[in-house]
Design a protein around this ligand. Structure first.
Ligand SMILES: O=C(O)CCC(=O)C(=O)O
Ligand SMILES: [Fe+2]
Length: 349
């Protein structure tokens, strides 16, 4: 039988306290009630997620390219980003979480538009209760303007390089996706002003949890942006939803997991679907993930692409300025509530 949830001993837990320190407390053998999020964190194993070899995207065979680009979640290999850089960004992110709390508290979010934010976060569940998440995070806007926490010192250089390299992978992928959608070469790049594409770096730290089925790292959600890139320290935890079922993702070492996000669903008028995913926790090992959310230029208005609307007879989503969508989403803390649902145009609207 699962041990009972501990009584509210930690009722004075500050809103934005870090989970790392709590998890390291030697007396913790159950999940404090503020974190209680009963869930079945087991996911099925999926062999059906094909691995995308980035070099194949240069293939002359359009069918080959279309096949790989039709999938929602793609572990990308041969992407050209050196393994040493992937390792360096994970290591520098880990060093950030190991800083004294006072250094991290400097970035406690005061408003959704703060370019650097750090904390652990909470959501309001369906029963209107605040639930703390079993993860610490740091997020910073890295493009078109570059922001980065001051410490650890090495983060700045590594993050700037990671941002530059991921941008070129992004533009190549989107060029092929555009072609796959039947759009003219350069159409996505021009319309969404990808020279100034928005990039948000996020690192997540999930310490071991004494009762993994009684807490959640990040509940089910979709990401803002066009494509999200994700790497991790080799500890499993990311699950994606497909046909209502949860699947574990197990991407090969040094691959980058690419997920379709909300703005590609909007832009493609629903041809690509934003991937619903969540991060579950485990009792054994600390997990770190590094995410680069890649979107349109902050001031670009994202709407379904005109040629696709013509084919479909109507747009299925309302237009919205990219950065407004992001900031609405970053301030929306209702569990399970999606921004995308709010701007979907229903059949009888
Ligand atoms: O840590 C993970 O695997 C998921 C992270 C995530 O979904 C996010 O930061 O939006
Ligand atoms: Fe996400």
């Amino acid at each position: 039988m699962a041990p009972a949830i501990a009584p509210m001993k930690l009722s004075n837990l500050p809103e934005n306290s870090f989970v790392k320190a709590l998890a390291e407390s030697s007396t913790l053998n159950s999940v404090p009630s503020q974190f209680s999020f009963a869930n079945d964190s087991r996911g099925s194993h999926s062999d059906s997620i094909p691995i995308v070899d980035f070099s194949l995207l240069a293939s002359d065979n359009p069918d080959q390219r279309a096949k790989v680009l039709g999938t929602l979640t793609m572990p990308l290999v041969n992407h050209g980003i050196p393994d040493s850089l992937l390792k360096a960004i994970i290591d520098a992110s880990l060093e950030y979480f190991e800083l004294p709390e006072a250094d991290k508290r400097r970035y406690e979010a005061k408003s959704a538009s703060d370019p650097i934010k750090s904390g652990s976060g909470s959501v309001i569940n369906a029963a209107n209760h605040r639930v703390h998440l079993w993860r610490d995070f740091v997020k910073s806007y890295v493009h078109p303007q570059f922001h980065c926490p001051d410490k650890p010192q090495k983060l700045r250089k590594v993050l700037a390089e990671f941002s530059e390299k991921t941008r070129s992978v992004l533009r190549k992928l989107l060029q092929d996706i555009g072609e796959n959608l039947g759009l003219e070469k350069g159409y996505i790049d021009d319309t969404l002003k990808l020279d100034s594409c928005f990039q948000l770096y996020a690192a997540n730290y999930y310490p071991p949890c004494p009762q993994p089925d009684q807490a959640i790292g990040i509940p089910a959600h979709t990401d803002h942006g066009l494509l999200t890139f994700l790497i991790h320290n080799g500890v499993a935890g990311l699950q994606i939803q497909h046909d209502g079922k949860w699947f574990n993702t197990n991407s090969p070492q040094n691959s980058i997991l690419v997920n379709t996000a909300d703005h590609l669903e909007i832009f493609s008028n629903g041809r690509y679907k934003s991937v619903r995913h969540r991060a579950v926790v485990n009792s054994e090992a600390t997990r770190i993930s590094v995410v680069m959310a890649n979107g349109a230029a902050p001031d670009a208005i994202v709407r379904p692409a005109e040629p696709l609307v013509e084919q479909d007879g109507r747009p299925f989503y309302q237009p919205m300025k990219f950065i407004e969508y992001v900031e609405t989403m970053l301030s929306n803390r209702l569990e399970g509530k999606s921004n995308l649902d709010c701007i979907k145009i229903q059949q009888d609207d």
